[in-house]
Design a protein around this ligand. Structure first.
Ligand code: HEM
Length: 487
């Protein structure tokens, strides 16, 4: 079950720390590794004594890189108030996210999180799975797969999953159906504008000299001009939906819809700009994360037939359209998803900025304003954390046999600081449970009927492209094969 070719071989002792020079620090190494940044910083922390390293990026910037669970716990939980979004993150994403939950700290964050949390309680989640997700699966996803199976068409499954997730999250955030997953695979304007905004915003982080994008923005040229147009389109679209929803709210005394937008509007927040920002952050959160996770998952599954048969066994024990409690109970599938995201985390690295000087648990000194970047991608591939077999796709590491309860498996979670794939502490992903429910329900719907066969050469590993959320480079080309009834 060992992947034949991993993009990140175990760190060899020859991987060395970057050279640092007076004044410019490790700028030359940063430059040389700019196209493999994630792998490079992962290699660095793997060979650093406490899995933490202070990288002197350029003349002015030092960042702390870490794959140390104690440090992750320190910044995300025990010293939460000293590590916020800071300046760089909000500044870089301001055009797209404004003051939405992803881009703010303090009271505004607390308020948005508190109000939005109702969207994620058990009652709402049950409704989400049994209405929104089920409908999207049975009315859209399954018919497309049936037709691809019948005609032998090659599908880009990453694209299909992104469309699926986009429809879902728009229904939750807005109560609006963009109908992005249709057999014609339409180029919906809103979805395209959103995609363009997310890519260009994310590319700003890759700029070696941030001044360059700022000047382009000032002059309104190139990618910055395209970003401005795309963001305007997204905002215009959102505002139209908001106006319609306001109108609906005035017409009806109470709303039966439970979308996030209705919740914010009903709570008296009618400022269009603010509500637009909130909705955009949620769409961004729910759009590419689950699709990225499922894309890598399906590829790994195809290479590990014993895992696939165990997943299938679990799915076939449930109803054909499993209800909420059955989906929750898909323990093996849950474990295999955790395992897949260990190797291919949808958010492969994340940064916080120090409010004041501090000392990390391993003794690393942090100065006010310094960024601390923790790297789930490196942590999931660490021999120290996962053992010698870290490169193997082994759902069993998350499971115990549970004979007493007459179940096959019992899930054994890892602490959130060793596995910060959903972040951890007070800002842990709000949509974590929703994401698992959605992913498990999709897998139940798809795998019960179809085998998904990637058309990727044996021994070749697709490229993991880190953006705001990671993607599989070039998508996941697959053939869909209808399963034999007896299988
Ligand atoms: C496999 C799927 C997902 C993964 C791996 C994931 C991961 C993450 C991560 C790493 C963060 C922290 C980001 C940061 O602050 O820098 C986050 C935050 C968040 N996620 Fe998710 N996410 C997933 C799915 C979802 C879904 C489906 C939703 C639904 C809307 C969602 C909603 C949110 C929200 C609202 C936050 C902000 C929480 C806060 O700042 O308090 N996520 N997620």
């Amino acid at each position: 079950s060992t992947p034949k070719k991993q993009s990140s071989p175990p760190p060899s002792t020859t991987t060395s720390l970057p050279r640092s020079y007076p004044i410019i620090g490790s700028f030359l190494a940063v430059l040389a590794n700019r196209n493999r940044g994630l792998q490079w910083i992962s290699d660095i922390v793997q060979v650093s004594p406490s899995a933490t390293y202070v990288l002197h990026r350029n003349v002015a910037t030092r960042v702390v890189l870490t794959a140390n669970p104690a440090v992750v716990q320190h910044i995300l939980k025990t010293h939460f108030h000293n590590y916020g979004k800071g300046n760089i993150f909000p500044e870089t994403l301001k055009d797209l996210l404004g003051n939405g939950i992803f881009n703010v700290d303090g009271e505004s964050w607390k308020f948005q999180r508190q109000l939005a949390s109702h969207e994620f309680n058990t009652k709402s989640l049950r409704k989400f799975v049994e209405t929104v997700v089920d409908t999207e699966i049975s009315d859209r996803l399954i018919p497309i797969l049936c037709s691809a199976a019948a005609t032998g068409t090659v599908l880009d499954f990453q694209d299909i999953l992104q469309r699926f997730a986009f429809d879902n999250i728009c229904k939750i955030a807005f109560g609006f159906d963009p109908a992005y997953l249709l057999p014609s695979l339409p180029q919906t304007k809103f979805a395209q504008a959103f995609e363009e905004s997310a890519i260009i915003s994310s590319d700003r982080f890759k700029a070696l000299i941030p001044l360059v994008w700022k000047i382009k923005k000032l002059l309104n040229i190139g990618s910055e001009k395209r970003l401005r147009i795309a963001v305007l389109e997204v905002q215009e679209f959102a505002k139209n939906v908001i106006r319609e929803k306001k109108h609906e709210l005035r017409e009806k005394s109470s709303l039966d819809s439970v979308d996030l937008l209705s919740r914010f509007l009903s709570s008296g927040h009618s400022d269009e700009n603010f509500v637009t920002d909130i909705v955009i952050s949620f769409i961004l959160a729910g759009r590419d994360t689950t699709s990225a996770a499922l894309t890598w998952y399906l590829w790994l599954l195809s290479k590990n037939p014993h895992v696939e048969s165990e997943v299938l066994k679990e799915i076939n024990e449930k109803s054909e359209a499993p209800v909420f409690d059955e989906v929750k109970d898909m323990v093996y599938t849950h474990a295999s998803l955790c395992e897949s995201m260990r190797l291919y985390p949808p958010v492969p690295s994340d940064s916080k900025e120090a409010v004041n000087d501090d000392v990390l648990p391993d003794g690393t000194v942090v100065k006010k304003g310094m960024r601390v970047t923790y790297i789930p991608y490196a942590m999931g591939r660490s021999e120290a954390l996962w053992g010698k077999d870290w490169a193997e796709f082994k759902p069993e590491r998350w499971l115990e046999r549970d004979e007493a309860e007459n179940r096959h498996w019992r899930f054994v979670g890892r602490d959130a600081y060793t596995y910060p794939v959903f972040q951890a502490g007070p800002r842990i992903c709000l949509g974590k449970e929703m994401a698992f429910l959605q992913m498990k329900r999709v897998l139940a719907g798809v795998l019960r009927k179809f085998k998904v066969v990637p058309i990727i050469e044996e021994g070749v590993e697709p490229e993991f492209v880190p953006q705001l959320t990671a993607k599989m480079k070039g998508g996941l080309p697959v053939r869909i094969v209808e399963r034999d009834e007896k299988e």
